[in-house]
Design a protein around this ligand. Structure first.
Ligand code: NAI
Length: 462
């Protein structure tokens, strides 16, 4: 069998990016992937297809709610679900084939099948054993269900099933007001389903800035999503025409239930390590079942590394990509590094939510003196012109040094705007550096500058 410098297991954003960089740096590289297509969860059943459905359903919302105000008279738009799914599939295919092309271009071998690691330096796929100096585990994650709730991907679905329902359900219960629950909940609400979100905590999107959490929940309620907060889901039972979800309210332990045609379980994900043979190898795991690695992504077994959702840290495609890049550089003898303080998080609801760095709660807990520069999109001309004045940019900066510590945005294009702050933070910028940078008018980006101005002598348009 062929011998490689590096064999990467898993062709998701962590694995395929790592492979491309390894190849670019002169390492003979192969990737083992058992799916029919490359790209992992993100491209096949995650980030990319969900963005297609979010885009399509947002267009429907615009047509229904804002076209008339702009003087656009069209017949009432209808949903052709089969065509919407076909469009989604086309988007997936374009992206997964793109990765295949990049593999060929970079002379990366795709070993088709599911891998096991019988020993350090060896990867088994079917009956074949391949040898490699370095093995990288980039196997990603899978949905984590709840005890007593069985996901069948038809009536009780994970995000995977929710992206391919045979029809738009009349009603949907979403368990978990995290990123997946709110993104897909919004999609089906816009497409006409009655959506109820049941969340264990008292706020949506755990870990986000508290003000952003409140604003997002308010906006989603306005769009028609119903929320049951502080409720622990107990069981999901089949009933005529759908499912009954029983939950217990945490404040008084009372039980209640809600029925829906389809139930989406969006209560988090867990590392996908099935079949790798990690037990027999003696690979150390963390208490939460992630592969334990050192600062250079090395496991406790020499020559075996791990990145992405399979290890500690936020389960985000771009975090995995950055780890893939860094590890490739390390394997090639360079000094790969990821700045974990500057990893943005984006929720692709409408409006989008984006954040980077510390939240106010985290700064308070750390006893750090900080100032807040906040600017509402109501003061941004471009946002008002496109019915997107609701929302704000908040920049947190060190009281003494003015160094930017974090930013939290809810509003138009938040997922793009956040990167201006990421770059600034990567360069150790002060809020004043952003405030003194000329921003084109009229753009949403001006709201970021205004928030930076608000950290100093004050914004102009507020
Ligand atoms: P999550 O961890 O973001 O949210 C899960 C939610 O479920 C939490 O709010 C939790 O309190 C709640 N929950 C847990 N048990 C419950 C129960 N028994 N009853 C009611 N509520 C309960 O997980 P999610 O949304 O499933 O996403 C999984 C991973 O995928 C996350 O790490 C997320 O960051 C990532 N992801 C990121 C996206 C993005 O960056 N735009 C999009 C989709 C997923």
């Amino acid at each position: 069998m062929a011998t490689y410098d590096v064999i990467i297991i898993g062709a998701g954003p962590g694995g395929y990016v790592c492979a491309i960089r390894c190849a670019q740096l002169g390492l003979k590289t192969a990737v083992v992937e058992g799916r029919e297509t490359l790209g992992g969860t993100c491209l096949n059943v995650g980030c990319i297809p969900s963005k297609a459905l979010l885009h399509a359903s947002h267009q429907l919302h615009e047509a229904r709610h804002n076209f008339a105000a702009m003087g656009l008279r069209v017949a009432a738009p209808k949903v052709d679900w089969a065509q919407m799914l076909a469009y989604k599939q086309e988007v997936i295919d374009g992206n997964t084939k793109g990765i295949e092309f990049l593999f060929k271009k970079n002379k990366i071998d795709w070993i088709k099948g599911w891998a096991a690691i019988p020993a350090a330096g060896k990867v088994q796929v079917g009956d074949d054993i391949h040898e490699a100096g370095h093995i990288v585990i980039a196997t990603g994650s899978e949905p984590a269900s709840l005890p007593g709730v069985e996901i069948d991907e038809t009536g009780v679905v994970s995000s995977t099933g929710a992206l391919a329902l045979p029809k738009v359900p009349k009603s949907l219960v979403v368990i978990g007001a995290g990123v997946i629950g709110l993104e897909l909940g919004s999609v089906y609400k816009r497409l006409g389903a009655e959506v109820t979100v049941i969340e264990y905590l008292d706020a949506v999107t755990p870990g986000m800035d508290a003000e952003v959490q409140k604003t997002l929940q308010r906006m989603l309620k306005k769009q028609g999503l119903a929320f049951v907060m502080g409720a622990a889901v107990q069981t999901v039972a089949k009933v005529k025409g759908g499912h009954k979800v029983t939950y217990k309210l945490r404040k008084n332990e009372t039980e209640a239930s809600v029925e829906a045609e389809v139930v989406l379980v969006a209560t988090g994900r867990k590392p996908y390590l099935t079949g790798l043979g990690l037990d027999a190898l003696g690979i150390e795991l963390t208490k939460r079942g992630q592969i334990a690695t050192d600062g250079h992504y090395a496991t406790n077994i020499k020559g075996i590394y791990a990145i992405g959702d399979a290890i500690v840290g936020p389960m985000l495609a771009h975090k995995a990509e950055d780890e893939g890049l860094a590890l490739a550089e390390i394997l090639a003898g360079q000094a790969g590094h990821v700045n974990y303080g500057v990893i943005p998080g984006v929720i692709y609801t409408h409006p989008e939510v984006a954040s980077v760095g510390a939240t106010e709660d985290a700064l308070k807990e750390a006893g750090r003196a900080y100032k807040v520069g906040k600017f509402s999109f109501m003061g941004n001309a471009r946002a008002k012109a496109v019915f997107a004045g609701d929302g704000f940019v908040k920049i947190l900066a060190d009281t003494e040094t003015d160094r930017i510590l974090g930013a939290h945005i809810i509003g138009p294009g938040a997922g793009e705007l956040i990167h201006e702050v990421c770059v600034a933070m990567e360069f150790g910028a002060a809020a004043e550096d952003l405030a003194r940078t000329c921003h084109a008018h009229p753009t949403f980006s001006e709201a970021v500058r205004e928030a930076a101005l608000a950290c100093g002598d004050g914004p102009i348009h507020a």
